[in-house]
Ligand binder design. Structure first.
Ligand SMILES: *Cc1c(COP(=O)(O)O)cnc(C)c1O
Length: 219
């Protein structure tokens, strides 16, 4: 099933949009099946889960961190991940920079935008994003590559569209600032129920879990 699901989605999305397989709760065998079917990037929400998967799979794919990153997990995270999609505060950025400087790495990151202004959710509010980006740019061991957003969850995926539009608009505004060291090439938005809408609104990465792997079993 995973194989058919991957092939179907890869055939549906434009070739300049990248599929990230959101792999939380999946085991390394399931992840490997997705890779064999053509997935090139795995998204992980938890550093511990990523460590076990990485131990089995290693560099057979690239690894994106897409969860909420705790500062005490940064040391391990910077060794595993090729891109951290969820930078949303200066203290987190400073910690990533510090840990990367020790291992001689420059970490590509996205800034996570809380496009729905949801108090319980991670991400920086849209109106605070430019300020945060300007504070992060002097850090030498990370490179801002774009923005990521979750957006509120709705039964009707069409309701997510305004949050993608808003994030895309912000993306363009940051591009126009032409800040040194900021590339603004990557826009990560859309999940299983919303990726088609996200692509229509400019996503260059979609993060899909359920539609590839099936419903998650948390029991
Ligand atoms: C779980 C998750 C996804 C994928 O969600 P699905 O609805 O299963 O496709 C995408 N992005 C993030 C940050 C996630 O945590």
């Amino acid at each position: 099933m995973i194989k058919e699901n991957v092939k179907k989605i890869l055939s549906e999305i434009p070739s300049d949009v990248t599929l990230v397989a959101a792999a939380k709760t999946r085991n390394p065998q399931e992840i490997l099946r997705a890779i064999e079917a053509g997935v090139t990037i795995i998204g992980e929400n938890y550093v511990k889960e990523a460590q076990s998967a990485f131990a089995v799979i290693g560099d057979r794919c690239r690894w994106h961190f897409i969860g909420h990153l705790q500062r005490n997990k940064v040391k391990v995270a910077v060794e595993i991940f090729d891109l951290i999609e969820t930078v949303d505060s200066l203290p987190l950025a400073v910690e990533i920079d510090k840990r990367c400087s020790r291992i001689g790495k420059v970490m590509p990151v996205l800034i996570e935008i809380n496009s729905g202004h949801e108090p319980q959710k991670a991400g920086v509010f849209p109106e605070e994003a430019k300020g945060l980006i300007k504070e992060i740019t002097p850090l030498k061991h990370m490179r801002i590559m774009g923005l990521m957003t979750m957006g509120p969850r709705f039964g009707d995926p069409e309701k997510a569209r305004p949050y993608f539009v808003e994030t895309r608009r912000l993306f363009g505004e940051v591009q126009d600032l032409e800040l040194p060291g900021v590339e603004m090439k990557v826009l990560s938005m859309g999940m299983s129920n919303t990726y088609k809408i996200a692509i229509e609104e400019g996503a260059t990465i979609v993060r899909v879990g359920t539609k590839l792997f099936g419903e998650r079993d948390y029991t």
